[in-house]
Design a protein around this ligand. Structure first.
Ligand SMILES: Cc1cc2nc3c(=O)[nH]c(=O)nc-3n(C[C@H](O)[C@H](O)[C@H](O)COP(=O)(O)O)c2cc1C
Length: 189
């Protein structure tokens, strides 16, 4: 298996997506990564970070247009080792849970599930409706990992970026790409 597909949809939390790509760039050896943003994610990236998707630069990583339904990750033969949707909107979460594929992100997620490969969904919405909760159960039963954007506070964060990193650390662990540099919980008493 080679390659990781990192995607952002139109939920709040662009820093999680950007930081995950940054951290993947710093890993040695550097993994093979492609990434996409949904149309709504472009809007959120601009609102939250003042950045345009077309200006994102992660050397060595390929940005794939979300409308390119014929991209490599759209095929089960692509042997994609892992896919992350971070942050994941309720719209995309429900689409994937019920088999709707209107863009490359939906299609690639559906491929990961049908092939029994790693799919990590990082939902962001509050409060959650019964529809959202049922869709999460459906995805979990289909094989996805539900990893909510819920930073922990037990590691004494000093900045917003510490909180972002606490979620990104968990995503890297779940991808099977643990960062050797991170401090892990040590029991104190
Ligand atoms: C600034 C902004 C923040 C948003 N935050 C969320 C959110 O946290 N969760 C969510 O489910 N939708 C959120 N939305 C709404 C989604 O962007 C919208 O449902 C969109 O259709 C999702 O499309 P996508 O799943 O293809 O990215 C937000 C929209 C905007 C403009």
């Amino acid at each position: 298996m080679t390659g990781y597909y990192i995607t952002m949809t139109g939920a709040s939390g662009a820093p999680y997506f950007l930081r995950l790509l940054e951290r993947l760039q710093q890993l040695e050896p550097r993994p093979e990564v492609s990434f996409s943003l949904s149309d709504a994610a472009r809007r959120v990236l601009s609102d939250e970070m003042g950045q345009k998707a077309q200006d994102l630069e992660f050397p060595g990583f390929e940005q794939v247009p979300v409308k390119d339904i014929g991209a490599r990750v759209a095929s089960g033969s692509s042997l994609n080792a892992g896919m992350v949707i971070v942050p994941c909107s309720m719209s995309t979460l429900c689409a994937i849970a019920y088999g709707i594929t209107e863009n490359l992100i939906h299609r690639a997620a559906s491929v990961q599930l049908k092939e029994g490969r790693r799919l990590i969904v990082v939902p962001r919405e509050t409060p959650l409706s019964l529809i959202h909760l049922r869709a999460m159960v459906q995805l979990k039963e289909a094989g996805a990992t539900i990893l909510p954007a819920m930073p922990g506070f037990y590691h004494q964060p000093e900045s917003v970026m510490d909180l972002v990193d606490s979620v990104v650390d968990r995503i890297l662990d779940q991808l099977g790409l643990p960062d050797a540099k991170i401090q892990r919980w040590k029991e104190t008493t």
